[in-house]
Write a protein that binds this ligand. Structure first.
Ligand code: 5AD
Ligand code: SF4
Length: 446
């Protein structure tokens, strides 16, 4: 049995890439203090769950996980259990009441304090709740070594959201928008490139709202994107997520100007009906959304457009849902993440009339997903016989193959006798599926 001096940790991450980034930060700090990661919760002396509460489903998953690891703690009381992220922020002390074996909860703006909290818990303190939403820039998180061997990395450039879409909990659990200083972002990117990273994704709930004044100059998102793209050795640059209302002509233009900016944009539309969009407080119409996709394709004809949408928003009629289907058919997304609307505590939409029954939401979701699946497959099939550039990221889950992504963010698997990780290679696509492409390596382009 592990003593209280044993230092093995297990982190499970749910939800978005911001959480992935935060978990990596905590892991790095722990490792710098002599902790080592393990791959099974049962082997750990510290278990951390980084949670998501954007929809009901991840919230249920979190509860299941906490229940399971609480059982481990029953047998090993010295085990430290912590819950981070948006659910921790939302529930705070309530979470400790529901799950009394949890030692601490810490919200997304308390990530920097987690190490201290762990120390306190190991010193005998329990029931720590850290959920301040104080305006505080996301920290710099570069620790030598952690990213070694990694080809692609995320960098948070801003956090929080000021948009208050009526269904969304993010503004409540991640607080107001706050941007990181450009010099920090550039510094972090350079260190990652020096460690072998070839692709950077700039992260924020709404990257288009990025703004920072440094040495008397105001930076906006296009300024930052241009500057980061010029860093030597950066092969690919991406960003996510964009709000359609803030996607400026200047940013669209950059897709035609920056060579290493990948031709892919994730641009959530959420609903195809203007009535629903209004009730969602999205501040754009379906016509404006369609116009944006047209502009993007004019500037960058090969751009892949992916999106988020939800079905069964309160008051969504069959007619409104048809508007969504029509928009999906009209735009022909490369990929679409679709969800059933779920009430989130404290958001405005919970007070709206016309809640759609679960079975009806499920029916709409299934129909929409079938329609999109055909579109995705058709789009992927169009790549058969074409040569694509692949940034190789690692071994494929399909035995013996290597895997990477195209600039448009499609997954490609191929065979190679030698390890190509970190290389940009050319692959001819032989066969397309719904979620990936299979091809043959034809040329190395170091
Ligand atoms: N119910 C269902 N889906 C939601 N999303 C955000 N809030 C809700 C909710 N209350 C979806 C949106 C968002 C994605 C991250 O999750 O589509 O873009
Ligand atoms: Fe939520 Fe809307 Fe902010 Fe996105 S823009 S995080 S959907 S409130």
């Amino acid at each position: 049995m592990a003593g209280s001096s044993a230092k093995r940790f297990y982190i499970k991450t749910m939800g978005c890439q911001m959480n992935v980034y935060d978990s990596e930060y905590v892991a790095q700090r722990l490792m710098a203090l002599g902790w080592s990661p393990v791959s099974e919760p049962a082997e750990a002396d510290l278990i951390i769950l980084n949670t998501c509460t954007v929809r009901a489903k991840p919230e249920h998953k979190a509860a299941t996980f906490i229940g399971k690891v609480s059982q481990l703690k029953k047998r090993r009381p010295e085990l430290v259990l912590g819950v981070l992220g948006c659910l921790a922020q939302q529930e705070g002390a309530e979470l400790l009441r529901k799950f009394p074996r949890v030692d601490f909860v810490a919200g997304p703006r308390e990530i920097q304090g987690v190490i201290n909290i762990v120390r306190k818990v190991r010193g005998g303190e329990r029931g720590i709740v850290a959920t301040s939403l104080e305006r505080r820039p996301p920290r710099t998180q570069v620790f030598q070594g952690y990213f070694e061997g990694k080809v692609s990395a995320f960098i948070t450039i801003m956090q929080g959201c000021d948009n208050f879409c009526s269904y969304c909990i993010v503004p409540y659990v991640r607080g107001r928008e706050v941007s990181r200083p450009p010099h920090e972002i550039l510094e972090e990117t350079k260190i990652l490139i020096a460690q072998g990273v070839k692709e950077i994704t700039l992260l924020g709930q709404n990257v288009n709202s990025y703004t920072f004044e440094e040495n008397g100059a105001r930076w906006d998102f296009p300024d930052l994107l241009k500057r980061v793209s010029r860093l030597t050795g950066l092969k690919r640059l991406r960003f996510t997520t964009s709000h359609p209302k803030d996607l400026s002509p200047r940013l669209i233009q950059l897709f035609g100007e920056i060579d290493n900016l990948c031709p892919h944009i994730h641009l959530p539309f959420q609903a195809g009906s203007n009535k629903v969009l209004k009730k969602m407080n999205r501040k754009y119409t379906r016509e404006q959304y369609i116009a944006l996709t047209e502009q993007l394709r004019r500037i960058r004809p090969d751009i892949a457009i992916t999106s988020d949408v939800m079905v069964g928003f309160p008051g969504e009629t069959e007619r409104d849902f048809r508007d969504t289907i029509e928009l999906v058919r009209a735009i022909q997304f490369d990929g679409l993440f679709s969800f059933k609307y779920s009430d989130r505590k404290g958001t405005l939409a919970t007070t709206f009339d016309g809640k759609v029954p679960e079975e009806e939401k499920a029916r709409r979701l299934q129909l929409l997903q079938e329609i999109q699946k055909d579109i995705t497959i058709k789009k992927n099939k169009a790549l058969e016989g074409k040569i694509v550039e692949v940034l190789v990221e690692g071994e494929s889950t399909r035995g013996g193959q290597q895997c990477g992504r195209t600039p448009t963010n499609k997954i490609v698997n191929f065979y190679s006798n030698i390890n190509r990780v970190g290389q940009l290679v050319k692959v001819i696509i032989e066969e397309a599926f719904a979620n990936s492409l299979r091809g043959t390596l034809i040329e190395i382009n170091p």
